[in-house]
Design a protein around this ligand. Structure first.
Ligand SMILES: [Mg+2]
Length: 260
């Protein structure tokens, strides 16, 4: 199998293309080679602390020249799904950037929301948590943009939505009804519809087993694990999530090479 025969590449951001605000070696050349071969691509991120515009800004500040068409955020998968349900009033946990964006589509409602949406709220505080917990004791659907436990930074990992979920579960015994990010079926369906591609033509490149690589499990998507982020070879060997191709980093991926 040659990667250049594929039609759509999903590229994870943190740990695959970049780390913190630094672009990883080989990432720019890889994008160039996709463009040269007329292969479509998008950065697929679960990080809902930024809107697509915010992610675009940060990627392009690292010297990439992407457009909004090249960005897929779990947040938009959630919005797309919720809009289709005809839902208007939501209680959400979100920082101000994401909160403003959500206000373009829905009404923030703390008293009688139709559902609850938890995003990667980097401005989380105790009073927001209390409001959330009070609502969770009512029978209101509870959605999260994604379930990643930590977010990698240049220093240490920081708590991500998956950590919020654990805390909320310990307090209320509730678990999210839907998580929209990688590796959910909602994420895959969203990509297939938005970009008009079939699973067999999609390749996902990522550093995280339980999101990126798992996305390709049980379907025809091809997965490439990069060891430039959170997964080491030792962790991979102990895991039951298996990738189709494993490379040291994005620098080592060759579109022309024949892979098994
Ligand atoms: Mg990653």
């Amino acid at each position: 199998m040659k990667l250049k025969n594929k039609k759509f590449f999903l590229l994870d951001k943190d740990g695959t293309l970049s780390l913190g605000n630094k672009i990883l070696d080989g990432a720019k050349d890889f994008i160039k080679s996709l463009r040269k071969n007329n292969i479509k691509f998008a950065v697929a991120t679960n990080n809902s602390s930024k809107t697509a515009k915010g992610h675009l800004k940060s990627l392009n500040s690292m010297g990439l020249d992407f457009t909004l068409e090249n960005i897929i955020v779990s947040l938009d998968v959630a919005i797309n799904y919720i809009k289709a349900q005809g839902i208007k009033r939501i209680f959400w946990l979100a920082n101000s950037e994401v909160s403003n964006y959500l206000s373009d589509f829905f009404i923030f409602d703390k008293d009688k929301p139709e559902l609850i949406l938890v995003t990667f709220d980097t401005e989380l505080n105790y009073s927001k948590l209390v409001d959330l917990v009070n609502l969770l004791h009512k029978d209101i659907p509870y959605y999260v943009t994604h379930s990643d436990i930590v977010c990698p930074t240049e220093k240490y990992d920081i708590p991500d939505v998956g950590s919020f979920i654990k805390m909320i579960e310990m307090t209320t015994s509730r678990k999210p009804d839907i998580s929209f990010g990688k590796p959910s079926k909602y994420y895959i369906e969203y990509i297939k519809t938005r970009f008009n591609v079939e699973e067999k033509d999609i390749v996902i490149i990522g550093d995280r087993l339980y999101t990126d690589i798992k996305l390709a499990e049980g379907n025809d998507i091809t997965s490439i694990l990069v060891l430039s982020g959170e997964t080491t070879m030792e962790m991979y060997n102990e895991s039951n999530i298996k990738a189709d191709i494993i490379v040291e980093s994005i620098k080592k991926i060759k579109l022309n090479e024949g892979y098994q």
